[in-house]
Write a protein that binds this ligand. Structure first.
Ligand code: NAD
Ligand code: MG
Length: 393
């Protein structure tokens, strides 16, 4: 039996993880489950898996969770410190499925006790890459990339030496606006941007896929995971989302990982590693698909990719600011405060404003993150002609 904690259990990644656990009830024992505010869903999961600890991130939801689980003998807690406490409980594996910078402290807590961490939360590697990686090696933790492209690369690398690798390619579906004109993108609604053609995911990453900043964040993620510079990391738009990542070797060989667009494929790899965990995901039928296509991304309609590459090269505080400004801009777009194209424009303006130094500890990561958020809300306020005080949550 493998002991498992799921951070972000009610989300898209958390739900897919628990679906795999359900397929293998004899292989996993759930140690802790967390969520931010969905009390009813979290309570149902707690009753089903009976974890040692159930944590709700939002303290305002604590009483409701306590009430839902009263008399069950299940331990409950609330707040950011409790999320960290959940990650600190001795589970062998932790699925880091919280969205945003909020996932950093709990994921790091799992790393610091030497756990095997299946990392969905790419923000850990974008906002605090060098610190996060240093903690992984200092505490002899194991990082398993769960993001589908990075999981594909991890599989296709098959433990091979870095010097044999010429380049890595990650693929992008292109999102809902792959073929859209800029004029259409300018007036795109949250509903249209949330309509992802291939993947069912949480709102932030779905909007990030529509702007394609998700691919930019993933380039930074790949840079941190596989230690390759910007010029040896490629993006290809591949609307079928069948090939997820490719490793180009020095002898001209290219190894790719393929699979249907279902996160249970990379998650099962992370749950079973080094073994493979069988699952009921739909099998790939290439004959039915007929053809796979690949094109270079359009940097004019999707300026987030070159912007993220510039942050990758600059290092220091730039990736931290990039992530923070994006979190704010996406929230503001979903709230109809700014237009779709304003998302990347706001991020660009926040990045241009700032010359702060590289974060050297967790506190400075959070300080940079907070300052970038304030700057992003100011930019949103300017664009939406509203005072900042009326906008900030
Ligand atoms: P989601 O919005 O569906 O779920 C997020 C989870 O985090 C929920 O359980 C929610 O309760 C919790 N959460 C939200 N805000 C929180 C906070 N402030 N504090 C504590 N918990 C909080 O998101 P998702 O799509 O499952 O994505 C989760 C992470 O995985 C993200 O970092 C995303 O980039 C990454 N990822 C997701 C997918 C996917 O297919 N969904 C693929 C690759 C990577
Ligand atoms: Mg991905």
């Amino acid at each position: 039996m493998t002991s498992l904690t799921v951070l972000g259990a009610t989300g898209s990644i958390g739900t897919s993880t628990l679906a795999l656990v359900d397929e293998h009830p004899d292989r996993f024992r759930i140690v802790a489950l967390t969520a931010q505010s969905r009390v009813d869903e979290l309570a149902e999961l707690a009753l089903r898996y009976r974890p040692e600890l159930t944590v709700i991130g939002d303290p305002a939801c604590y009483a409701a969770l306590q009430e839902r689980l009263a008399g069950t003998g299940l331990a409950v807690a609330a707040g950011p410190a409790a999320l960290v406490a959940a990650a600190e409980l001795p589970a062998e594996r932790v699925v880091a499925g919280i969205v945003g910078i909020a996932g950093l402290a709990p994921s790091l807590a799992a790393v610091r006790r030497g756990a095997t961490v299946a990392l969905a939360n790419k923000e850990c590697l974008v906002a605090a890459g060098p610190l996060f990686k240093a903690a992984v090696s200092r505490h002899r933790a194991r990082l398993l990339p769960l993001d589908s492209e990075h999981n594909a690369l991890f599989q296709a690398l098959a433990g091979s030496e870095g010097r044999d690798v010429e380049k890595l390619t990650i693929t992008a579906s292109g999102g809902p606006f792959r073929c859209a004109e800029l004029a259409e993108m300018r007036v795109a609604t949250p509903e249209a941007a949330l309509r992802h053609p291939n993947w069912r995911m949480g709102p932030r990453i779905t909007i990030d896929s529509a702007t394609m900043i998700n691919k930019g964040l993933e380039l930074i993620e790949a840079h941190q995971l596989f230690d390759l510079p910007d010029e040896r990391l490629d993006v290809l738009v591949h609307p079928q989302s069948v090939v997820h990542g490719m490793v180009h070797y020095c002898d001209g060989s290219v190894l790719a990982q393929l699979g249907c667009s279902d996160m249970r494929v990379p998650i099962s790899y992370c749950l079973g590693h080094p073994e493979r965990l069988g699952s009921s995901v739909p099998r790939l039928d290439l004959a039915a698909l007929g053809s796979l296509t690949f094109t270079a991304p359009d940097h004019v309609r999707f300026p987030a990719i070159p912007l993220a590459r510039a942050c990758l090269r600059a290092g220091g505080a730039a990736p931290t600011i990039l992530n923070a400004a994006d979190e704010v801009a996406v929230a503001a777009f979903l709230d109809r405060r700014i237009g779709f194209l304003d998302i990347v424009a706001v991020i660009e303006e926040v990045l241009a404003e700032d010359g702060r130094i590289a974060p050297d500890d967790l506190e400075s990561v959070f300080a940079i993150d907070q300052a970038a958020r304030r700057a992003a809300w100011r930019k949103v306020a300017e664009r939406s002609h509203r005072p900042v005080s009326e906008l900030t949550p």
